[in-house]
Design a protein around this ligand. Sequence first.
Ligand SMILES: [Zn+2]
Ligand SMILES: [Zn+2]
Length: 273
Amino acid sequence: MFSHQPSAISYRLFSDYHTHPQGHRVQRYTQGLLQPWVDSARKMRLNDIALTDHDRYHAGIDFDEIARLREKNPDVQIRAGIELDNDPTHSAIGRQWIERHWDELDFVLGSVHFLDRADQMFDNVSAGAEQFQHKDIDALYADYFRRVREISTTGLVDCLAHLDLIKIHGHRPATKIDAIVNETLDLIASRGLAIELSTAGWRKPINELYPAERIIELCIEKGVPFTTASDAHSHAQLGNNFLRLADKMSIFGIREVCVFEKHRRKMRLCTVS
Ligand SMILES: [Zn+2]
Ligand SMILES: [Zn+2]
């Protein structure tokens, strides 16, 4: 259906909806921690960003500091967000925190980082690859997408992150996964959720966009909208590979991107660069 020919037109991406100001530990939100992210946004010509630290670091999130940051930077939309994991150890508390702060949050990402080992994220590079050794890869894919469907029905997420993260270490299913993906996307569509186009996959062993092209095609068919995302763990990574992503989007004819304010979704058109 899609020609996959590079298009002469390229869109200018304006939003990054997956960022980790705290990185991989609790760091209380301060202007010193957050302002460099807004500076990077400006430099990358982004005017809409979501702060989406992992739920296990919710103690660092400070809505007053986000309000102050907004006051100082009226030219950039700054969304208060979080990434809800399926972390068997921490995410029950994370879910409670999200429920308590739902009205202060603009945006919640839903993510599956855990399979049947509670002590290790399977997407840990490279240790997480152990979890794929001597395993039935098709069964792992089925299990992964079942978990994605589970998090999609919590009522606590606006958008699914890195939808086919299970491919991260390069393991491919032996059979077509269209049926599993279809079931998952139908659920996502029925719940009115978005999915992200994440450049993080280009930094990982798989070296491929999240999600795969086939999944993007299915999303378009089903009317599932997209956010654009880098999954930056440092402000220097904000908008990482967005020119490459813009090229990809132009091939698929994706020009509309969604943004969120208090969980309300709005579609915005990318301008032609
Ligand atoms: Zn993630
Ligand atoms: Zn993330």
